[in-house]
Write a protein that binds this ligand. Structure first.
Ligand code: PMP
Length: 444
């Protein structure tokens, strides 16, 4: 398998020549929070696949939901005025639970196309409002919003821009809140004030709010290294966007569906965005699906203006009935103990990681719910990052793997944690113990 993989399967991020030597790690089966590789080695999946298998692996009720939908009606396009029962029911169930008036749902295949769809919807909205000059989009450095062309341009991580011609001319960024390394210091109010000032300045630079369409933010920046903003940051940014008349898009692709505790992190942040994207935990990774939530006023403006002329946007697999059937079952699981277990396990995870703070390599521990990170440094006082190459991170990932733990090791020396929400106390304790062992191995 390793040879076949090397010869034929492209891994866009991991397999460029330098990384190929060690070969791919092949997983063969999984149950609960435990995955097994091709050599029989068992590991706790501390990253729920790619922050998505929130319900854990091997849920028979999810398998049954998919199988029965495949038997009944495996496909119905969501493109035209056709639909399927699970997709319609899922939209209704989600709208009922979404913050405020986010009552309209558009289904995609994952997060990148959900973000792409929001860009289209935002543009349609401003055209409908007869303000076509509002064509500029602002996102946050260290933010991740997908790797399609438009999404990669909103993503503000240099690796996703290099050699690719993005960001596009209408995509702009403001600095991250990154609390551990914020030039404004560690004070919450100072960081929020700096972000607000940066947003105002960026709007000014673009030519005023009448040129700006939307602002994008994640409730917690995931792929940028699990950067948790100060409490009140989302609320302050949302309010400032409203004051400017700019749409606010919350990207909950990682944070949605219990990752930070509640079903949506926006509820905890006490905000109602104009649009919201989700994916990952929506189907718990069993099948692909993402979604855009749209508020009443955005939906009404677009729908009224479009009138009888169809708006050209859609995907063959939008509102896929099998994905929808899976999502309905996963939603049932969230509300039958999974969210509660995740919140409990998350508190234990973060407390456990906090207990590693005195380790010489640990510079920062942060997180919310079952989303956490340990930032490693070579000098705690100076906060010196690990050498900025992928190699140390890769070595730490491999050491953790040997110790029976799957984590995400970011090139910046940040270890990311997003275990399945079904983890037991003893599994959380094992994650902490295996992390401690991995840190000691790294120091040795
Ligand atoms: N937005 C956010 C916040 C994400 O974390 C991701 C994926 N990590 C995406 C969008 C893109 O989702 P996908 O990989 O499903 O296209």
């Amino acid at each position: 398998l390793v040879e076949l993989d090397r010869a034929h399967l492209i891994h866009p991020v991991a397999s460029y020549r330098g990384h190929e030597a060690a070969g791919v790690k092949v997983l063969t089966s999984a149950r609960g929070a435990t995955v097994t590789d091709a050599s029989g080695h068992q590991l706790i999946d501390g990253f729920a696949g790619l922050w998505c298998v929130n319900a854990g692996y091997g849920h028979e009720s999810i398998v049954a939901a998919a199988a029965s939908q495949m038997r009944e009606l495996p496909y119905a396009t969501g493109y035209f005025s056709l639909g399927s029962e699970p997709a319609i029911r899922l939209a209704a169930e989600l709208a009922q639970r979404a913050p405020g008036d986010l009552n309209h749902v558009y289904f995609t295949l994952g997060g990148s196309d959900a973000v792409d769809s929001t860009v289209r919807f935002v543009r349609y909205y401003w055209h409908a409002r007869r303000e076509p000059l509002r064509e500029h989009f602002i996102s946050v450095e260290q933010g991740y919003h997908g790797s399609s062309t438009v999404g990669a341009g909103l993503t503000a991580l240099p690796a996703f821009h290099a050699g690719f011609g993005v960001p596009l001319s209408w995509q702009h960024r403001i600095p991250s809140h990154y609390v551990y390394r914020n030039p404004a210091g560690a004070d919450d109010d100072a960081i929020i004030a700096a972000s607000l000032a940066a947003l105002d300045a960026k709007i000014e630079e673009i030519g005023g709010a009448q040129r700006v369409a939307a602002f994008y933010a994640e409730p917690i920046q995931g792929s940028g290294g699990v950067l948790v903003p100060p409490k009140g940051w989302m609320k302050a940014m949302r309010a400032r966007c409203k004051a400017h008349g700019i749409l606010f898009v919350a990207d909950e692709v990682i944070t949605g569906f219990g990752r930070t505790g509640p079903l949506f992190a926006c509820s905890e942040d006490d905000i109602i965005p104009d649009l919201m994207t989700v994916a990952k935990g929506l189907t718990s990774g069993y099948v692909p699906m993402g979604a855009v939530f749209m508020s009443d006023h955005v939906y009404d403006a677009i729908a009224d203006a479009a009138g009888s002329s169809a708006v050209g946007h859609g995907y063959t697999y939008s509102a896929h009935p099998v994905s929808a059937a899976v999502a309905l079952e996963v939603l049932r699981l969230y509300e039958n103990g999974l969210l509660e277990n995740g919140a409990r396990a998350g508190a234990r995870l973060i407390a456990g990681l906090q207990s590693l703070r005195d380790h010489p390599l640990v510079g920062d521990v942060r997180g919310r719910g079952m989303l956490a990170a340990v930032e490693l440094v070579t000098d705690k006082q100076r906060k010196t990052p690990l050498p900025a190459a992928a190699e140390p991170a890769k070595r730490i990932f491999d050491r953790a793997w040997k110790n029976g733990l799957v984590i995400r090791a970011f090139p910046t020396g940040v270890l990311g944690y997003a275990p399945p929400l079904c983890c037991s106390e003893s599994e959380i304790d094992a994650i902490i113990e295996r992390t401690a062992r991995t840190l000691d191995d790294t120091l040795a």
